[in-house]
Design a protein around this ligand. Structure first.
Ligand code: UD1
Length: 383
């Protein structure tokens, strides 16, 4: 068998670096193309060569930006498998940096695909990182109708009344909707520039991949967590934020009533999902959910983390809305299970223990929850 060579854009990041480890383990040659964004890598411990110390030494490294002339094309030499992870990933930040986000996400993907369509290359397979954010609200059902629903976002008026759950009204009566696991077929209602960029990236890669005969998979990642997660930038997830608070002896600050549900998937499982779709020989051009298949509430994350950290600190429920938040979204993962026999393996508690070890050993995170809450409130992003 000829040597498999993977190019991982964004390979120095949280998800990319875990995938690099996995692909090297599986016998791939691996090249990382990364521009080492200061916003992402500011917290991480860097080696003398300017790359994060956690990055596998076996990987070949190219520091560069896909948008710069010739950078992507010259990184493609000998590459058989392409994974496009490089992106700007702050949901809130995307709403005030629209040009930057669209350039770094949509336009950079256009460059990747343009090179694939115009230049000589040896790429046989491609995968791109998408996000659960493409869905907007998750999938629901109601007692009175058959089948699933894709409700619009909650109204301002409803949120002002602190009526957190989704409802459906037919003029005569109002009924509560029940959240169910979200399937890939749910209509997409992206609610941020980031989410729109991700939907565009998916569609662009699937469409051009198909036209070029390169099997292409877009993975819609749910809430990924684990070691190497950046700890104090605008896209830090809720689990890392809560750990920082608890380590400082402060209660986790919970938006709404804390009963909103998410699907937390460990980065090891995310990396495994990418490796699985890359190694498969199935000729598909489709998007797949990657989650744990389990839903958890934000309150239960706060309680689990306090227990694992042996802190007797209850979460502080703010009864406030963070602008742009959806109420519930958790994954139906049967499509990726069926197509690729992929199953997430990490238990929630073990995964959270791993994240805690990382937070404790990584450079001390700056806990910005209190200051960022004040900032969000001033900017009317928390109401
Ligand atoms: C968002 C994106 C997702 C992205 C993820 C991590 C959407 C729909 N999803 O997910 O694509 O992968 O960010 O970048 O845009 N919370 C608190 N207290 C806090 C912080 C958060 O209660 O201090 C709550 C939030 O209100 C939310 C939940 O925790 O209900 C999860 O928040 P977060 O970790 O930011 O991720 P999402 O918004 O679900």
């Amino acid at each position: 068998m000829s040597r498999r060579h993977a190019l991982v854009t964004g390979g120095a990041g949280f998800i990319g670096s875990h995938l690099v480890d996995k692909l090297l383990d599986r016998g791939f040659e691996v090249t990382v193309l990364d521009c080492l964004l200061p916003q992402v890598h500011g917290d991480a411990e860097m080696a003398a060569d300017g790359w994060p110390i956690y990055l596998n030494p076996e990987a070949r490294r190219i520091k560069g930006n896909i948008l710069d002339d010739g950078v992507f094309e010259s990184s493609l030499t000998g590459v058989t498998h392409l994974v496009h992870l490089a992106a700007s990933v702050g949901v809130g930040q995307s709403m005030t940096n629209i040009v930057d986000y669209t350039r770094n996400n949509t336009m950079a993907t256009a460059v990747v695909l343009d090179v694939l369509s115009r230049c000589q290359h040896s790429v046989e397979r491609m995968a791109v990182a998408s996000s659960m954010s493409v869905y907007g609200e998750g999938e629901y059902r109601s007692a009175s109708t058959q089948g699933s629903l894709a409700p619009p976002p909650r109204t301002q008026e409803q949120l002002q009344h602190r009526a957190w759950e989704l409802t459906r009204s037919d003029g005569k009566m109002t009924e509560a909707l029940e959240p169910v696991a979200t399937k890939e077929g749910k209509p997409l209602h992206p609610a941020s520039i980031y989410a729109i960029n991700k939907r565009d990236q998916e569609e662009m890669c699937l469409t051009v991949g198909r036209a070029l005969g390169i099997p292409t998979v877009a993975l819609r990642l749910f809430n990924a967590y684990g070691s190497r997660q950046a700890l104090s930038n605008p896209y830090t997830g809720v689990a890392a934020i809560f750990i920082s608070r608890l380590l400082n002896g402060e209660p986790p600050l919970v938006f709404e009533d804390g009963e909103q549900k998410r699907d937390f998937v460990h980065v090891g499982d995310v990396a495994e999902a990418f490796a699985t779709v890359l190694e498969s020989d199935k000729r598909v051009w489709e998007a797949f959910n990657v989650g744990s298949g389990q839903s958890v509430t934000v309150n239960s994350i706060a309680r689990t983390l306090a227990r694992l950290l042996r802190k007797n600190i209850a979460p502080q429920v703010l009864d406030k809305y963070r602008v742009g938040d959806i109420r519930h979204c958790f994954a139906d993962i049967s499509r990726i299970e069926k197509e690729f026999e992929f199953k997430p393996r990490q238990e929630f508690d073990d995964g959270m223990e791993e994240l805690i070890r990382w937070v404790v050993t990584a450079r001390k995170p700056v806990d910005r929850s209190a200051s960022s809450l004040a900032e969000l409130t001033r900017g009317r992003m928390v109401v």
